[in-house]
Design a protein around this ligand. Structure first.
Ligand SMILES: Nc1ncnc2c1ncn2[C@@H]1O[C@H](COP(=O)(O)OP(=O)(O)OP(=O)(O)O)[C@@H](O)[C@H]1O
Ligand SMILES: [Mg+2]
Length: 262
């Protein structure tokens, strides 16, 4: 049996997906990227191999994506994240017409056509506001874990307005809000609103097409997803492991690569 590997080396997480010839996911893994992207790629591959219960020699082709894709020496091909997220989301939810990927370092909105083809996209990679990094900084300031942010914000009956767009200024704003005894959950909801406003301005530029699928780690935050659903006025597809969508797209391309080679 032949297997196909996709690896996504992100700013925060490095993810692997292994597919079999029937395009079934047989293994995947999510690890922290840390300081050495090549080591992270090795580690995520090893973990995915264990889950798939196969030897590395069984991998027929590998495609790498993500900002650190250059650090995957064993990949036959390196592809941009945009096409991988589009393909991965389309595979999981074939009615996908729009993908919103919010990762650790950037956020993207992609218009997706038939077969998971990229029609258009827009990206914010200049500023931490509107990315997962913004939430990491604020969670640390509030001494709350990333896992807890979503549920806490859903508990809030009101929300505090965060007026600063910049992460650094928003951080000082959070410090004064805490000093004024604003409930943590109301501050968190305000922070989520601020992310949603940033994403909304990107979505407006492209327009929504079809069903919306969210990828990237911020999709694990139910608070952000629910505010975004309200704003878009439509439900959003979120896979149980939204961080593997890019690696999944890369694995689908690895399979395609092997098929065209034969
Ligand atoms: N368990 C969790 N609950 C809520 N949010 C989370 C969780 N884990 C990660 N995140 C959010 O996801 C972000 C990281 O997302 P992801 O792993 O997709 O980034 P990445 O792909 O490494 O980055 P990029 O695509 O920008 O290079 C973090 O900044 C954090 O805000
Ligand atoms: Mg990413």
């Amino acid at each position: 049996m032949k297997y196909f590997l996709g690896i996504d080396v992100g700013a925060l997480s490095t993810n692997a997906v292994i597919l079999d010839v029937r395009r079934e996911i047989v293994g995947y893994s999510i690890v922290q990227t840390g300081a050495n992207s090549t080591e992270a790629a090795e580690e995520t591959l090893e973990k995915a191999l264990v889950m798939a219960n196969i030897d590395r020699a069984k991998i027929t082709s590998t495609v790498a994506t993500g900002y650190g894709r250059i650090s995957v020496p064993f990949a036959e091909k390196k592809v941009t994240e945009i096409s991988c997220h589009a393909l991965g989301a389309y595979y999981l939810y074939p009615d996908t017409g729009t993908v919103i990927d919010i990762g650790g370092q950037d956020s993207k909105v992609i218009r997706v056509g038939d077969g998971g083809k990229v029609l258009d996209f827009t990206m914010n990679d200049k500023c931490a506001a509107g990315t997962g990094r913004f939430l990491e900084v604020m969670a640390a300031k509030l001494r709350v874990s990333l896992d807890e942010l979503g549920d806490l914000s859903l508990q809030a009956s009101q929300e505090v307005q965060i007026s600063s767009v910049c992460t650094v200024f928003a951080e000082s704003e959070v410090v004064s809000l805490v000093a004024q005894n604003h409930p943590t959950e109301e501050i968190i909801r305000g922070l989520h609103r601020s992310i949603v406003n940033r994403i909304w301005s990107m979505v407006k530029m492209l327009g929504i097409r079809g069903a919306v699928t969210m990828s990237g780690g911020v999709a694990k935050n139910r608070g952000v997803v629910s505010l975004l659903e309200e704003r878009l006025e439509q439900p959003i597809h979120v896979h149980t492991e939204p961080q593997i969508v890019g690696a999944l797209g890369a694995a689908l391309l690895a399979l395609r690569l092997a098929q065209t080679a034969t």
